[in-house]
Design a protein around this ligand. Structure first.
Ligand SMILES: C[S@@+](CC[C@H](N)C(=O)[O-])C[C@H]1O[C@@H](n2cnc3c(N)ncnc32)[C@H](O)[C@@H]1O
Length: 302
């Protein structure tokens, strides 16, 4: 993979974000938890990543090639409207054609049935023991406890909830947020989603000006703050409209900018006259075609 701008949303303690930064990507790690981010910042290589405390709504527009939500972050976002807003914000944060990848446990596999002390107990580093307990499902919401036992005898319990959304729900929400979803293997215990942002970049501003060497240049500024400069020879209205249409600049914006230049002629009138001329041409051709059809019809009956 070539160097890309990546955002890791719900980056937690930043393991993946740092690993990607080490491979030459420009990485932003986002998480609402200051405690998680503190660990991430202190991690070896933590200075390679830009850390942001917050959620996807903190991200700008059109800045990233790839957005990741790993470790079932979408399930931690239990509120459906919040997840829809997260997808919409990621659609804006990605460049047109940018990719989103995330995982979510498949409700069909009912993995929470295994979240019992005997089936989930694990020994962590430094003699800490951890296990899951008391899983309960309420529709697609599953609540459960995580227990920690420390070597000095202290115990901690955290109360958690995760939403197990179906393949269909997630696919629909992504489509509503403007993503095109790759085929997903929906029999797997983990649903792995890859989707492409279909949002088109929007033009924020247009400026047409003479360059120092007397050429005309159009500068198009997009909502991502990306700027594209195109040379325009001779300020021919049709050529200017065509060049800028290729960059998604609305015709009205081009005409307004050309009017500003006080060229001594009106680009708007020129377009109007041209379309009237085209309409007259079209009427003439249509009349000729119908007369030809009538002649052919008569000939067929002679
Ligand atoms: C299970 S951890 C996953 C961490 C990391 N992605 C990984 O794979 O190890 C879930 C993370 O999502 C974060 N989170 C919770 N709500 C979030 C939200 N609305 N937007 C982004 N991240 C959120 C939590 O703070 C937590 O760090």
């Amino acid at each position: 993979m070539s160097a890309t701008a990546v955002v890791d949303v719900g980056c937690g303690t930043g393991q993946l974000a740092v690993e990607l930064a080490r491979r030459g990507h420009e990485v932003t790690g986002v998480d609402p938890s200051p405690e998680m981010l503190e660990v991430a910042r202190r991690r070896d290589g933590g200075d390679l990543v830009r850390w942001v405390e917050g959620d996807a709504s903190c991200l700008g527009s059109g800045e990233y090639d790839l957005a990741l939500m790993s470790g079932h972050v979408v399930q931690v976002i239990t509120d459906n409207d919040h997840l829809r807003a997260t997808f919409a914000a990621l659609g804006r944060a990605l460049r047109p054609g940018g990719r989103l990848a995330f995982d979510s446990r498949n409700p069909v596999a009912r993995v929470w049935h295994q979240w019992t002390p005997d089936r989930s107990r694990q020994a962590l580093a430094d003699g800490v023991e951890v296990w899951f307990q008391d899983p309960r499902s309420h529709g697609d919401l599953v609540t459960f406890e995580i227990h920690f036992a420390f070597p000095d005898g202290t115990k901690r319990v955290s109360h958690n909830e995760l939403r197990f959304r179906s393949y269909g729900w997630l696919t629909r929400a992504l489509a509503e947020a403007g993503f095109q979803v790759d085929p997903v293997d929906h029999d797997e215990p983990d649903l792995i989603f890859m989707a492409t942002s279909t949002r088109r970049r929007r033009v924020a501003a247009l400026r047409i000006d003479a360059s120092p060497d007397g050429e005309w240049l159009a500068a198009v500024v997009f909502d991502s703050l990306e700027t594209v400069t195109v040379p325009i020879t001779g300020l021919d209205t049709t050529e200017v409209l065509q060049r800028l249409r290729d960059l998604d600049v609305p015709q009205e914006l081009v005409l307004a900018e050309l009017e500003q230049l006080n060229l001594g002629w009106s680009a708007r009138d020129e377009v109007r006259q041209r379309s009237q001329a085209d309409m007259a041409d079209w009427r003439r051709l249509d009349k000729e075609r119908r007369e030809q059809l009538k002649r052919d019809f008569r000939r067929g009956h002679d």
